[in-house]
Design a protein around this ligand. Sequence first.
Ligand code: SF4
Length: 261
Amino acid sequence: MNRSMTKREFLKCCATSFCVLSSSYLLGYPKTSEAQTPRKGLIKTKLSPYFTSLSGGKIQCELCPRRCRVSKGKRGFCRVRENREGKYYSLVYGNPCAVHLDPIEKKPFFHLIPSTTSFSLATAGCNFQCKFCQNWEISQSSPEDVYSVEISPDEAVTKAKEVGARSIAYTYVEPTIFYEYMLDVGLLAKKAGLLNVCHSNGYINPIPLRNLCKVLDAANIDLKGFTETFYRELCDGELNPVLETLKTLKKEKVHLEITNL
Ligand code: SF4
């Protein structure tokens, strides 16, 4: 039976095709190694360094201010971290669902290596639920529900160099949720002479942030509003930790730009 698409279905279809086609294109770029076909169901795990064990096998995640308390077999709010037998794991260590070569101005950075390109990575998931999110198809999905490819930190840096990028960007969703991947790519990128830049909602705890600052050259933080009510009602988040992140980045001398749309 013929059925016309709703507007939401149409937009979802277009966005998914764009991500997948773009991934295929970049990974199949003539100068890179073998192309991969993006596929659903990919999970790549890594033990999180930021959790506290609680009684009964529960854990508390210490990565972002949400501090999810998660029972065995369950996942945190961001959908990409899972309690496996009392230990907390990232499920997105090396399985990005968006891989693009973007102008640095699209990140957006306007005062950092202008007219260069940035090798841009994202996985599924997010620690906010903004009602106006433009990347909701991936930010509000679990890793097994999106098309993704396998790219180790080493391969990410090699590909970035092959396509002539001057930086690697952690972007499109909140990169805090793929922290372990971002950090390991970042360490190798730094050694290879690439800059590390992120576009973030700033919702991260101070200890992991300060550790990340060791490899982070630049951050563009979304300051989405100026009241706690705005953050609570439209993002399911909080303003104050974002303001603290801005201060920490400044103190750690990371190049900082702010987006307020
Ligand atoms: S990173 Fe994810 S699991 Fe951890 S506290 Fe934040 S939302 Fe919860």
